[in-house]
Design a protein around this ligand. Structure first.
Ligand SMILES: NC(=O)c1ccc[n+]([C@@H]2O[C@H](COP(=O)([O-])OP(=O)(O)OC[C@H]3O[C@@H](n4cnc5c(N)ncnc54)[C@H](OP(=O)(O)O)[C@@H]3O)[C@@H](O)[C@H]2O)c1
Length: 226
């Protein structure tokens, strides 16, 4: 698969490397040509601009801070239809990446980042995913000995795009889960903000839930039911 990676930071680096190792053709695009070139060399892909990354493949990963979404999508040519018909993987969280504090938009119940992206990149098939686990998880490509694969809930409205992203989750060493339609993406974003708050208190976010007693089988038919 051809994958354009928009961003040159932690998530871009981790997933670009993982996908390149799995045999995908990756083009890393950044606003800094030097950072894109350095990351592409490290990950095993090609380098280019944000616009080149957006137009490169069937899939584009958007890995920039929430506050930069509008700017990055403008540079990518989203308003001119460059992302039309492509699957856009949105791993962003409405957090200040320096302080890990939730963005005021999130606290005020504004539209999810995924919805904003869908609005700015008309015709793109947005799939929310990879926003919960830290980038370090995806740098390894596979779980450590005795560790389970990390579950990656995906929210999206286009079944073909979801199928593609499920493959990319497995190729990165994770296990996809159905998170429902794009209208539920805000739940994943709020969960990430909550987890960041737990983590900033020196606690493991996963420990909040504790083990569910008994066999893990769902009493509900779909995420929308529960
Ligand atoms: N790190 C994690 O563990 C993690 C986990 C899950 C989800 N996320 C989410 O994933 C997204 C990326 O996080 P990250 O940790 O990879 O961030 P990061 O390491 O800070 O990298 C951010 C990238 O965005 C670029 N960027 C910033 N402002 C931009 C703008 N106005 N226009 C174009 N590009 C811009 C940066 O370019 P420059 O280097 O040129 O500034 C950099 O390439 C965030 O939304 C974050 O909440 C992160």
């Amino acid at each position: 698969m051809r994958i354009g990676v928009l961003g040159t930071g932690a998530m871009a680096g981790a997933l670009a490397g993982s996908w390149a190792r799995a045999g995908h053709e990756v083009l890393v695009g950044g606003r800094s040509a030097a950072k894109a070139a350095e990351l592409a060399e490290r990950a095993g892909g090609r380098a280019g601009s944000l616009r080149e990354a957006a137009g490169f493949g069937t899939v584009a990963l958007l890995a920039v801070p929430y506050a930069a979404l509008g700017d990055a999508l403008r540079q990518a040519g989203a308003g001119e239809g460059v992302l039309r018909g492509r699957t856009v993987v949105d791993c962003t969280n409405a957090l200040d990446t320096a302080t890990m504090e939730p963005d005021p938009d999130l606290l005020a119940g504004g539209p999810s980042a995924a919805r904003r992206i869908a609005g700015l990149a008309e015709g793109a098939h947005v799939v929310k995913g990879f926003n919960l686990a830290p980038a370090e998880v995806w740098r390894r490509s596979a779980p450590g000995p005795g560790e389970a694969r990390v579950t990656v809930p995906l929210c999206g409205d286009d079944e073909d795009a979801l199928t593609v992203v499920r493959t990319l989750v497995r190729d990165a060493g994770g296990e996809p889960a159905d998170g429902g339609g794009l209208e539920r993406a805000g739940l994943l974003e709020a969960a990430a903000a909550f987890a960041a708050g737990v983590w900033s208190q020196g606690r493991q976010p996963g420990a909040v839930f504790g083990p569910v007693p008994g066999p893990v089988s769902s009493p509900v038919a779909s995420p929308a039911a529960g």
